[in-house]
Ligand binder design. Structure first.
Ligand code: Q9C
Ligand code: ZN
Length: 354
């Protein structure tokens, strides 16, 4: 299987995050990429290729998903923050635009102070913006769109975008959960624009198997019947306020959002795979042109921030079930924080799919 990567993804490298009230090393670290690369290079079935030379008009596709003011915030936040006297290490909100605090929605967000903007565009403390964060974020997206451009839509093959920072928590105009740009959503729009056969958008399915609910991806396509969003994730865990089975979409997009919240602590390979079979049946019935997989392996039994019990062999079963859809698949890297097994777990999903 072809694997696309780029080392500029390493440029986002915050020293810390606050986890359960404690200052700890940033979990979504550049070394995640190194570990996965290392595991994939030891198996000849993976054909690695650097996305560096690819010239794709990233802005054009980003703007099909994210708000323009959010994009220019990401681009300029660090510079403005430092000019304003903010600490040189990173932009981090200290006050959130909580609904209890907002008398009205800011009409001219560009006039807000750098500090206010941070609290407007960011929903948690896991997205510090450093001097080279935006560069890394664009590299991450370039990896994903390069992979999308190489996906053969005529065959039921797979391709893996080995990227970071991840994307599925990023919404129309919000970063959070280590995510800045919603890579997989932008890839879905990119692929739809590759298919110009009719005036109607081609059907895409996004299968999100990260431990956490992809609140951003759900938000982006909530009213859109051309993108089916199906997610398996932990119930009552981060990001806490989204992902119930009652969230099924709205308007024309009613029934094209499907959530499978699963119990924390007790969900292991068998329970997970049974639910995945149901998810896959829904995707088959929808009959998309291709499947985009938000590939998180933070469902692993020893993941430091998650509480499922998926095993390393379990990931192979997961890959096989995704392969049974019989569609071309673009795998996009999301979460997974147990460094020692990260690469092997990812490799097993891809091996199972093949
Ligand atoms: N106690 C991804 O996996 N911190 N993001 C949660 C829970 C943020 C996870 C703390 C977790 C974000 C892509
Ligand atoms: Zn996750």
């Amino acid at each position: 299987m072809r694997v696309i990567y780029n080392l500029d993804c390493r440029l986002h490298d915050p020293p810390h995050e606050i986890l359960s009230g404690q200052l700890v090393d940033y979990l979504e670290s550049p070394s995640r990429l190194d570990y996965i690369l290392k595991a994939l290079t030891t198996d000849p079935i993976f054909e690695l290729s650097d996305a560096i030379e690819e010239s794709i008009d990233l802005n054009k596709y980003i703007l099909q998903v994210h708000d323009k003011d959010y994009l220019s915030y990401l681009e300029t936040a660090y510079e403005r923050w430092v000019e304003d006297g903010g600490d040189k290490s990173a932009v981090l909100p200290e006050t959130f635009a909580h609904h209890a605090l907002l008398a009205s929605k800011p009409t001219n967000p560009e006039n807000l102070s750098p500090c206010a903007k941070a609290g407007l565009y960011c929903f948690d403390l896991s997205c510090p913006i450093m001097s080279r964060t935006y560069e890394a974020t664009l590299a991450s997206l370039r990896v994903v769109l390069t992979a999308a451009s190489q996906l053969d839509l005529e065959k039921s093959n797979g391709i893996f975008a080995l990227c970071r920072p991840p994307g599925h928590h990023a919404g129309l105009s919000t970063c959070g959960g280590y995510c800045f740009l919603n890579n997989i959503s932008i890839a879905a729009r990119f692929l739809q624009s590759r298919i110009t056969s009719s005036e109607k958008r081609a059907r895409m399915a996004i299968l999100d198997i990260d431990y956490h609910h992809g609140n951003g991806t759900q938000q982006i396509f909530y009213d859109d019947p051309s993108v089916l969003y199906v997610s398996l994730h932990a119930e009552n865990d981060y990001p806490y306020f989204t992902g119930t089975a009652l969230e099924t979409g709205t308007g024309d997009g009613e029934k094209t959002t499907v959530n499978f919240p699963l119990p924390r602590r007790t969900t292991g390979d068998d329970e997970y795979c049974q639910t995945l079979e149901r998810a896959v049946a829904i995707i088959r019935e929808y009959d998309p042109v291709c499947v985009l997989v938000s590939l998180g392996v933070d469902t692993y039994m020893d993941d430091p921030i998650c509480e499922f019990k998926i095993t390393t062999p379990g990931y192979k079963r997961i890959g096989e079930i995704i392969g049974s859809i019989g569609k071309p698949a673009l795998f996009v890297m999301e979460g997974g924080y147990h460094l020692e097994t990260l690469g092997e777990n990812v490799a097993n999903v891809l091996r199972g799919f093949n």
